[in-house]
Structures are given as structure tokens and as C-alpha cells.
Design a protein around this ligand. Structure first.
Ligand code: F6R
Length: 636
């Protein structure tokens, strides 16, 4: 949520910042801005340029400027405090304009801080929580009353005494952090320390790298991968001082530290569209690879193994309850997993939205396994739920797409989904990676509990691998059918997604994809529940999108569809190849290859992703960056 970037070196900062911000735009796109250190005409000062809307607007504004700065910071925003406006766009500056800050996170005590700072004479120009940071750093650096001694007219709280400034940016940032409650990843520049960027982190991602032409910071490695593949993932309570000649790291006391360096091995192509019209389509088309890569190395010596689990087989054998906690699409992957874990391992499994789980008092014992699923690995609610579950004594296992992310670090064990960087805001390939990973976990639990034999697990593993080709078949053959179905849905004001069993779980993801990228209201319902209320919605032409693949509940699902047909619904069905009968009640049929019901989510979700994308494009929507959303949700 929000992207930050910073550069100091010997190249033009504005170009590097804009490129970085474009890569980070998936984190938020309400407004964008940069602060450039400018030494032109003698004394150094900071130029702040901000625009409402996407980075392209900021790029245009910068194109006309002769900005020779070689040090600067930038930000792309997803609004939390304050509406999207130029005033609320980052960077924010101190009263004297000599300090500028970009921030990702939330300052929980900002109202008190703002009040106190106001009493001491600070004036605020935005509604954001971030701005208090700029003023806190200003006080620590220059002392107060504000602006003293050059601005003796500045206000001071009655009875308040003056404090001297430390005139050291790193010390001032450290001091400011001691007053703040909340989460932050921040980068700060000061006109009185040209070329220096101070960086701090708490509960918000920061990566730092050193390239041939300077020092870089960003909230995601994707913004600095052109410059270096060796990065430091800053930990909570660590600080960094970036200068053109190098980077130093310190702890909360200012003592030097040497953080570990992580090598990034994924390809820069991941950050480019590679000839596709949008990232969403590119990522949907990568799904066969995601299946294959997520399975690599899992079957060794004929036995399923997940070495990173962080639990011994004996400990796994003792597990008697599983909670899957996640949000959004990741939560839907959990719904699929529940079916598999209960079917194969015979362990009760509950799936809960992380935002609810953390505020309940769930029954957790040392034999409870909590599986936290998160593409980004930084979703605030999921992280808080992990912490809560661990305090209550559960073993926590993370499934995430981001190496070294907070979910990975705070869990007892982790499976990486191998989707690689996902840029489109709507999750597609990471969902498939999650479902495959959760399927492996379900198989492993069944294996250690002797509910499935090693031979059965091996056979299921082989079939799981086959889904890669099945997805490819859908991508290669169903384009026209999906296009026709999209034409039938595009002008609707609402749609229902229905299914039974696995189909009901898949319906949830289909409905979410459609609503989030096309802004067409959609709801998922268990098909058997339709007659208990939702069927009242159906009038002639109302789209009902059904998952009716060959499964033990196929006939029941078809009966429910007939009830919809009788009321004039326009019916789109995802069906099994070879099922000609379904065409009698369906207006549009999209086929998937025959697949075991347990694996049907991996294939049947793909046409629903493509359908949502087609409808969104027909309705003129931006499929990669839907309104009001951001890829990582680092606030509650
Ligand atoms: C929808 C989508 C979101 C995320 C949710 C959780 O397409 O992407 O619903 O699934 O915000 O995010 P992660 O998985 O990063 O925890």
C-alpha cells in the first residue's frame, strides 16, 4: 500500500524515481510525487512536485522541468488519511521546507502528535498522518520553537521551553520514530545534508540496494532490480543512511550493524508486459508455469516432502485442527483447501477472514495448525492474525509469493508459491500457486496421518501436475467462447456465480474477479441455496454463471440451473469438455478438460479470470489498476 522510492548517486534522479514509481504503481495510484534536492543557484533546497492520479501525470509534469538533481525521493499513494488530492500527495515537507519525507504505513497516534506539534507552532498543509513525521524530524533536527533562531515569531506552547536541534538527519529520524506509534517505511531528505537519504522501517517493507551509479531504496525490489540484484531487506528497528558513495546501517541507538544481503534471482521480464496488452492477461497465461514450478522438488524418492514446513512429521501427525486465515482471493484459496484437507486428511478445517479471526477468540491449542495465505506476505490483517495465533500457542505455516516477506518471516514454516512477481492488482496466478501449495499441504497431512497411502499420494501428485497442461488447453481453445459469454454479461447491472461443492468455492473467486475489475456487482452463492432467497433476483436476462463440471454434485447443480433457466436467467456454464447435454440449458458454455473434482479449482478458475477481464475491457475499465484498490493492503 503506497510505493516509495529514493535514489542518490551521479545520475539524474527524476528519471530513476519515475521508473521506480511506475514499477510500484500497483501499490497505489491515487496520487504521485517526488522531492528533488536542487543545488542550482547556490544554496541547496528541495523541490516538491506532486500530481493527483497516476504516475504518468507526474512524469508529464517532470518532463518540462530542467531538474538536474541527483538525489531525490518519490511516492505513489493509496489514500488512507485524507482524500486523494495534491495537498495530501507525498512527499510532505516540514514548516521550513528543508525536510521532505515519503512514507508507507499508518501513524496511529497522529491526531495527538498533530495537536502537540500545532501547539508548538507547526502549521500543517495536508490531512495526512505522514505530515507529522516531517514536523517531528524538523524539531529534532533544527530544534524548537519552530524555525528558531531564524524565525523567532513562530509560535510556542505557553510555558514550553526551547530545545536545541541535533543537526544530524539520521539522529533526527531516529528521534522522530520514538514518538510514533504505528507502521512506517520511510525515506527522508534534508536540504542541509545534500545527497543523503535517511531510511527507517517498522512493519512496512523497505529494500535497499547499491548499484554502480549510486544507492537506492524502495518499498519493493521491483523498483531497483535494474540497478542491482543484491538487496538488503531492512528489518524493523533498522535504519539506513544512503549517500552517493555508499550505504551505512544502524540500529535504534545509532550503532552500526551489518544486515544480511539477499540475492534476487527472478527475471526483469517479470516486471514487463512482454508483448501482452496488460499484466493481467500475461499473468493468467503464466499459470501453467506456476503449477509446474510450485511442484518442482516436492516428490523426492517417491514421497511427498515439504522441507520448509518447520514441523517434524511427528508434530504434523499430532495436528487435530486447521485454520486457514487469509483475505480476499487468498481467502478463497483457503475455501478450496478446506474441502481437500477434510476430504483427504480428515482433519477439521476452518477458513476465516484474517480480519475477523484476530478479533474473535478462536479455539487454539498446541495441536492447531494455522495456515496463513498471502500473496504479498504483508497484508496487515493476516500478519496480525499470525501474531495472535502464535501467542495462543498455534503452529503457523505461511503460504506466500514473496521471499523474505513478513508472513514468511513470522511463520514457523513457509511454502513459496513460485508465481513470481504479480503486478496486476487482481490476483490470478498467485491464486493458482496458492491452491497448488494448499493441495500439497493437504496431501502431506493425509500422508502423515496414514489416510492416504504413499502410492495414492504419488498418483494424485501426478494428476495435480497435469493441471498445467489442462490450463494451457483452456487458454488455447476457449477464447471465443469466453468472448461470447462476456458479451452476454457486459451490460448487466448484477450477476450471480453459483456452484456446489468445489464449484461453490470457485464461484467466490469468479464473483470477486468480476466485481473488482469490471465494477459490475456480482455475488457467489451455493447453487442449492438459490431457492432460499437469491433466486428472487432473477428476471429475464439476469446473468447466472455456473461451475457445473463433472463431479458428484453435477446433477444437483444442473437441477438448480434449470430453476434459474425457468425464470429467464442468461446462463453461462463452465463445464467439462464432452458434456454436450449442458448446452440444452446454457446460453454459453465454456469448457475445461476432464479433471478430478479435487483439482477442478485449478482449472475452472481460469475461464472465470478471463471472463472477468473480457467484461472489464468491454466496459472500458483498467484491468491492471482497478479503481480504489491497491495490491498490498498494509493497513487494517
Ligand atoms: C483480489 C486480491 C485481493 C487479495 C487480498 C489479500 O484479486 O488480490 O483480494 O487477495 O488483498 O492479499 P494478500 O494475498 O497479498 O494477502
Amino acid at each position: 500500500m503506497c510505493g516509495i522510492v529514493g535514489y542518490t548517486g551521479d545520475e539524474l534522479a527524476k528519471d530513476i524515481l519515475i521508473n521506480g514509481l511506475k514499477r510500484l504503481e500497483y501499490r497505489g495510484y491515487d496520487s504521485a510525487g517526488v522531492a528533488l534536492e536542487d543545488a542550482a543557484g547556490g544554496a541547496a533546497h528541495i523541490d516538491v512536485i506532486r500530481r493527483v492520479g497516476k504516475v504518468a501525470g507526474l512524469e508529464e509534469a517532470l518532463a518540462n522541468r530542467d531538474a538536474a538533481a541527483t538525489c531525490g525521493i518519490g511516492h505513489t499513494r493509496w489514500a488512507t488519511h485524507g482524500r486523494p488530492s495534491k495537498e495530501n500527495a507525498h512527499p510532505h515537507t516540514s514548516c521550513n521546507g528543508r525536510i521532505a519525507i515519503v512514507h508507507n504505513g499508518i501513524i496511529e497516534n497522529f491526531a495527538e502528535l498533530r495537536e502537540e506539534l500545532g501547539q508548538r507552532g507547526h502549521t500543517f498543509t495536508s490531512d495526512t498522518d505522514t505530515e507529522v513525521f516531517a514536523h517531528l524530524i524538523e524539531e529534532a533536527y533544527y530544534g524548537w520553537p519552530v524555525g528558531s533562531p531564524s524565525d523567532p515569531a513562530a509560535g510556542t506552547a505557553p510555558g514550553a521551553s526551547a530545545a536545541p536541534g541535533c543537526h544530524d538527519l539520521m539522529a533526527a529520524v531516529r528521534e522522530a520514530c520514538t514518538h510514533v506509534v504505528g507502521a512506517y517505511g520511510l525515506a527522508v531528505v534534508c536540504a542541509d545534508e545534500p545527497g543523503v537519504i535517511a531510511v527507517a522501517r517498522k512493519d512496512s517493507p523497505i529494500v535497499i540496494g547499491r548499484g554502480a551509479r549510486g544507492s537506492y531504496v524502495a518499498s519493493d525490489v521491483i523498483a531497483l532490480i535494474d540497478a542491482t540484484r543484491d538487496v538488503v531487506v531492512l528489518e524493523d528497528g533498522q535504519f539506513a543512511r544512503l549517500a552517493p558513495e555508499g550505504i551505512t546501517y544502524t540500529d535504534t541507538e545509532g550503532a552500526p550493524i551489518e544486515p544480511a544481503v539477499t540475492h534476487i534471482d527472478w527475471d526483469i521480464d517479470m516486471a514487463e508486459k512482454g508483448g501482452y496488452p496488460d499484466f493481467m492477461l500475461k499473468e493468467i497465461c503464466e499459470q501453467p508455469r506456476v503449477v509446474r514450478d510450485t511442484l518442482v522438488g516436492r516428490m523426492t524418492g517417491g514421497e511427498l516432502t515439504i522441507d520448509e514446513l518447520g514441523l517434524s512429521l511427528e508434530e504434523l501427525n499430532l495436528i487435530d485442527r486447521v485454520y486457514v486465515i487469509a483475505c480476499g482471493t487468498s481467502y478463497h484459496a483457503g475455501l478450496i483447501a478446506k474441502n481437500l484437507i477434510e476430504m483427504w486428511a480428515r482433519i477439521p478445517c476452518e477458513v476465516e477472514a484474517a480480519s475477523e479471526f484476530r478479533y474473535r477468540n478462536p479455539i487454539i491449542t498446541p495441536s492447531t495448525l494455522v495456515v496463513a495465505v498471502s500473496q504479498s506476505g504483508e497484508t496487515a490483517d493476516t500478519l496480525a492474525a499470525i501474531r495472535d495465533a502464535r501467542i495462543k500457542g498455534a503452529k503457523v505455516f505461511g503460504i506466500t509469493n514473496v521471499v523474505g516477506s513478513p508472513v514468511a518471516r513470522e511463520s514457523d514454516g513457509v511454502i513459496y508459491t513460485k508465481a513470481n512477481k504479480e503486478i496486476a492488482v487482481a490476483s490470478t496466478k498467485s491464486f493458482i500457486g496458492q491452491v497448488v501449495s494448499l493441495t500439497l499441504l493437504a496431501l502431506l497431512l493425509a500422508q502423515v496421518k496414514y489416510r492416504l497411502t504413499v502410492g495414492q499420494v504419488r498418483m494424485l501428485f501426478r494428476e495435480l501436475g497435469d493441471t498445467a497442461e489442462q490450463i494451457q488447453w483452456i487458454l488455447d481453445t476457449q477464447k471465443d467462447a469466453i468472448h461470447e459469454a462476456a458479451l452476454a454479461c457486459k451490460d448487466a447491472h448484477s450477476a450471480l456465480f453459483v456452484g456446489r461443492g468445489m464449484g461453490a468455492a470457485i464461484a467466490n473467486e469468479g464473483a470477486l474477479k468480476l466485481k473488482e475489475i469490471s465494477y459490475l456487482h456480482a455475488e457467489a452463492y451455493a447453487a442449492g441455496e438459490m431457492k432460499h432467497g437469491p433466486i428472487a433476483l432473477i428476471d429475464p436476462g439476469f446473468p447466472v454463471i455456473a461451475i457445473a463440471t463433472k463431479s458428484p454434485v453435477y446433477d444437483k447443480t444442473v437441477s438448480n440451473l434449470k430453476e434459474c433457466e425457468a425464470r429467464g436467467a442468461k446462463i453461462v456454464v463452465v463445464a467439462t469438455e464432452g458434456d454436450e447435454d449442458i448446452a440444452r440449458i446454457a446460453d454459453h458454455v465454456i469448457y475445461i478438460p476432464p479433471v478430478r473434482d479435487a483439482f477442478s479449482a485449478i482449472t475452472a478458475t481460469v475461464p472465470l479470470q478471463l471472463l472477468a477481464r473480457e467484461v472489464a475491457l468491454m466496459r472500458g475499465c483498467d484491468v491492471d489498476q482497478p479503481r480504489n484498490l491497491a495490491k498490498s493492503v498494509t493497513v487494517e
